[in-house]
Design a protein around this ligand. Structure first.
Ligand code: AKB
Length: 328
């Protein structure tokens, strides 16, 4: 990436560090900035042994502003990666919880960041789009009228982060993530989770029943690109950023049939069938088929490395090894 222009200010606090993105981002940040410079935190899920052994960990519920402030003061934090959030499927089942965590929790982080002068990364999502949005080559700046609680919190989050930047000069930055695929920590309660589950089931059972229907195209990204993008946007030269919250970023777009066909190149007997979840299917249909991420490419050098073929080969290799060792 071309964003090596600015080293991120350390120390760094990661909220939601035990989640799918947080668990791997924390390790990558520790490798880059030093183990003690990166404070992992979680709300209730215990950290893995790997995460615990790699550096400091704090229990932080972002709905408690004082606890965030205590950690920021104790560790002299300069940058917060705020990853603690409720995903789309769970948000539809528990809308009040989603608002509390995704909005009130995030607002607490922004308030502390303003008082303590921290830069803040807040991920947005393809979920920030909805009916009325052009679904093909979805522009960076376009209609955002989502009809899910997850989407409402994501749009509000983007706007709130922009507000804090414009009004208070806070260094807020964010990305609209697509479905993230990884082989470490499984995601919980998202609409794009099928694209992770399918690899685990391909290895374990050579078949998969998808809750998202054939023909439903969504943007996706492999975890290494997700990690690189989170670091690159925070290291980017602020003078280059016309947008801040949040950039479209994508690495590939596929539907369950295309993904199954790619898996069959490695496991020829693999089969897919469908038991569609109407709630998550409706969510998926309101999201882009494929976003236009040219603003991210132009403003801070976004350039994903992993496509569907390379990701599938790697996912099946890593999960196959884990299966042989009895780990999955
Ligand atoms: C979800 O499916 O809820 C997330 C997302 C795309 O934001 N993975």
């Amino acid at each position: 990436m071309s964003s090596e222009t600015r080293r991120m200010r350390t120390n760094i606090l990661v909220t939601g560090a035990v989640g799918q993105i947080g668990s791997e981002l924390t390790l990558a940040l520790r490798e880059r900035y030093g183990a003690d410079a990166v404070i992992a935190s979680g709300r209730k899920t215990p950290p893995s042994e790997k995460l615990k052994a790699s550096g400091p960990f704090e229990w932080i519920d972002c709905n408690d502003r004082q606890v965030i402030d205590d950690a920021v003061t104790k560790y002299d934090i300069h940058t917060i990666y705020h990853l603690g959030a409720i995903l789309s499927g769970v948000a539809e089942a528990k809308p009040e919880l989603a608002w509390n965590v995704n909005i009130d929790g995030m607002h607490n982080v922004l308030k502390v960041a303003r008082e303590r002068d921290c830069a803040v990364f807040v991920p947005s999502s393809i979920g920030a789009f909805g009916p009325g949005t052009p679904l093909d080559n979805t522009p960076q700046d376009t209609i955002q009228r989502p009809n899910t609680m997850y989407g409402v919190t994501k749009v509000a989050g983007e706007l709130l982060c922009d507000y804090y930047h414009k009004r208070f000069g806070l260094d807020t930055r964010g990305l609209r993530y697509p479905g993230i695929i990884s082989n470490e920590t499984v995601p919980g309660g998202g609409t794009t989770d099928y694209a992770v589950d399918i690899y685990y089931q391909a290895i374990k059972q050579k078949k998969y029943t998808s809750f998202i229907n054939a023909g439903t195209f969504l943007d996706m990204m492999y975890m290494p690109d997700c990690i690189d993008s989170a670091i690159a946007i925070m290291e980017a030269d602020p003078a280059m950023l016309k947008h801040r919250n949040a950039f479209n970023v994508t690495a590939m777009s596929f539907d369950p049939e295309l993904l199954a066909a790619e898996i069959r190149k490695h496991i020829p007997e693999f089969t897919i069938d469908y038991d569609v979840d109407p709630v998550r299917q409706a969510i998926a249909e309101s999201w882009p088929n494929k976003m236009d991420d040219s603003a991210a490419r132009a403003e801070w050098g976004w350039d994903p490395k992993w496509d569907l073929a390379a990701m599938t080969e790697d996912m099946l290799k890593v999960l196959g090894e884990k299966h042989e060792r009895g780990l999955i």
